[in-house]
Design a protein around this ligand. Structure first.
Ligand SMILES: [Zn+2]
Length: 337
């Protein structure tokens, strides 16, 4: 008797983003040439060398994680740490996407409401992209901020979240800033209700997703706790039918090492891509789960007749390309084309 696996097509696609995804999104810097947030050299790019010259560090690394961790642990450095936090906030606050559609725009428009994007990045670029592609369709994935976001706001009293410039829909007051989770070894994922909530939701997506894509996230040493939570969320059962995709430019051996838990649990269904444009997301925009299902579970030999291009200059071009898919969706048709 043939097993009915149709219901698998309804499962979500979860994408997890790290600093590498923001770098791929603005490889030449942002609209004003500001560089994104790679943790190495960040202090230099923030112009913070002078500030930190007075501190004699035990670490000789110029990586923000190592520097911040040390400042955090040292009683004599608390005022400098707070100043560093302010500077980080000011820097990210100003980052702006360039005018043309970027990888973040393409990523968001390639997923649907049942899907989710969870990011470890603080920068506001993903939110900016969301607001741009929402003009094309509002059937878009849920966004989750696992370490907070510079433009995310919260009303703690009413437990509502939204853009920092919006008002709480219950009490009408302006949202307050969500505290960012800074790079220290023992991060607190439970005290703040925003962060706790985001992790609760991402755990559900980890359990449910047919495809998990991890894009530009290096799981640094200071994120040990996050990695454990991701493992727990994915669960300890073997997931024979599920797929894991890693989009990263690092050495493959290193990547297999970092993500071996997911390799094992997905029964070896783990693929590494150097580029976003090689992923299932770009190959089957808005149909990644359907495309994967058709090819790997139904045994289809065909290819997607519509994949994302690498060089959209305008949102009009993107809208025109995606139009047919949206028209089909409005008739309840989610077939791969
Ligand atoms: Zn409120």
């Amino acid at each position: 008797m043939a097993l009915n696996l149709e219901h698998l097509k309804e499962r979500p696609h979860l994408v997890i983003l790290g600093a590498g995804a923001t770098i791929a999104t603005i490889p030449q810097g942002d609209r004003n040439g500001r560089k994104s947030s790679l943790m190495d050299n960040f202090i230099n790019e923030l112009g913070l060398n002078e500030l930190l010259n007075d501190v004699i560090f035990n670490t000789n690394s110029n990586n923000l994680e190592n520097i911040y961790s040390e400042l955090y642990d040292r009683e004599d450095c608390q005022s400098i740490r707070l100043l560093l936090e302010t500077k980080i906030g000011e820097y990210f606050d100003l980052l702006q996407l360039p005018d043309h559609p970027t990888i973040y725009d393409l990523l968001i428009i390639s997923l649907r409401k049942k899907d989710a994007i969870a990011t470890f990045n603080w920068d506001p670029l993903l939110l900016q992209a969301y607001n741009r592609v929402r003009k094309i369709t509002d059937d878009l994935p849920e966004l989750l901020f696992l370490h907070g976001c510079i433009h995310a706001g919260i009303c703690e009293r009413d437990n509502r979240f939204g853009h920092i410039k919006a008002h709480c829909p219950v009490c009408g007051r302006l949202f307050q800033k969500v505290p960012l989770l800074y790079p220290v070894k023992h991060k607190d994922y439970t005290s703040n209700i925003f962060i706790r909530d985001q992790w609760q939701i991402v755990k559900n997506y980890l359990q449910q997703s047919l495809i998990l894509t991890i894009f530009g996230y290096g799981a640094p040493k200071t994120d040990e706790g996050a990695l454990q939570l991701l493992h727990q969320g994915y669960g300890s059962d073997l997931r024979y039918l599920d797929q894991v995709e890693i989009i990263d430019i690092k050495d493959h051996d290193q990547l297999y090492d970092t993500w071996n838990y997911f390799f094992d649990k997905s029964h070896g269904h783990l693929k590494i891509h150097d580029s976003f444009f090689d992923s299932l997301i770009a190959e089957f925009p808005r149909r990644s789960v359907e495309g994967y299902f058709k090819r790997n579970i139904e045994g289809w030999w065909g290819e997607s007749s519509f994949s994302l291009k690498t060089n959209y200059q305008t949102f009009l071009q993107l809208r025109n390309d995606i139009q047919l898919l949206l028209r089909n969706e409005s008739k309840g048709n989610f077939e791969v084309i």
